[in-house]
Design a protein around this ligand. Structure first.
Ligand code: ATR
Length: 272
């Protein structure tokens, strides 16, 4: 049995062990996947110990994605660009590869599971932290009309725009969103975890537009509710993305891609 784990802090509510357990059952892969509470201070020693003891791969979540990016001895192209790593994989030569499957997980949930079209759409991302860095590259690849980033602290958004250097990418503070409209608004702030929302103009969502919160919970998040109140065509939380990013990690580790639909269905039914 090969060992895998998710590291993060806090970690007790993580659905990753459940998701990877379901994938393993479905694909008949002999893996054991656990959750471990690891703070930023403890990360390096915990990761060293995990791999030294034969561990095959790690997922890293809040607040460890930038540390995992530094830890990886080699990086996939998308991880290099995002400066954040959510998946570490031990290679046959003992080296540690870092990847970021968050962006492709989001794109797959939007396009394959929810039929949301990205080419030519006007996309707004709220927030300019690690979560935004992780999703930008894969979104840009789908040739949207534009991607705007809005953030409370403008210079963090400006740094990301300068790094990605794409003519379709721009940023502003929240006041700068006045009288603009978007077809897809993605909440990548950590605000909705505490039930808060950034200050958003009432007419921000275009007719037939969609909302997507990277966060998820048993109840609709504050941002999902914001979208529903504004007649969004779909207002979704990040449960589908969570399963899709896990499937990409599983495929990287095991060379076999699980079917995500039955796992998403099951987790949706288990919401209280
Ligand atoms: P993550 O890795 O999840 O992206 P992060 O790097 O700490 O976490 O980024 C959190 C993001 O949420 C930031 O863009 C932050 O805005 P600032 O850069 O201005 O701090 C945003 N955020 C958190 N709480 C917020 C709130 N109450 N209102 C608006 N934005 C908020």
């Amino acid at each position: 049995t090969d060992r895998y784990a998710v590291f993060g802090h806090p970690i007790s509510h993580s659905k990753s062990p459940r998701i990877h357990g379901l994938f393993a059952e479905q694909t008949r892969q002999p893996i054991h996947y656990t959750a471990q509470d690891v703070t930023a201070e403890a990360f390096q020693a915990a990761a060293d110990a995990f791999f030294a003891n034969g561990g095959k791969g790690l997922n890293c979540t809040v607040p460890l994605k930038e540390l995992a990016w530094q830890y990886a001895g080699r990086l996939s192209e998308r991880a290099r660009k995002s400066k954040a790593v959510n998946t570490l994989a031990r290679q046959t030569d003992g080296g540690i590869l870092g990847d970021n499957t968050d962006g492709i997980g989001l794109v797959n949930d939007l396009t394959l599971n929810h039929n949301i079209t990205l080419p030519n759409s006007r996309i707004l991302i709220l927030g300019a932290g690690g979560a935004t860095r992780g999703i930008l590259g894969p979104l840009l690849e789908h040739r949207p009309a534009c991607i705007a980033i809005a953030n409370r602290t403008l210079d963090k958004a400006e740094t990301i725009v300068a790094e990605f250097a794409d003519p379709d990418l721009s940023c502003s503070d929240y006041a700068g969103l006045a009288s603009r409209q978007f077809d897809l608004i993605i909440n990548a702030t950590s605000a909705s975890l505490s039930g808060e929302l950034p200050p958003l103009p009432g007419d921000l969502l275009a007719e037939n537009g969609c909302c997507y919160d990277l966060a998820y919970g048993n109840r609709p998040t504050a941002f999902v509710q914001w979208g529903l109140a504004r007649q969004a065509r779909q207002s979704l939380d990040g449960l589908g993305m969570l399963v899709e990013q896990a499937a990409e990690a599983f495929a990287l580790w095991r060379g076999i891609r699980p079917d995500t639909a039955p796992v998403i269905d099951l987790l949706n039914r288990e919401r209280k």
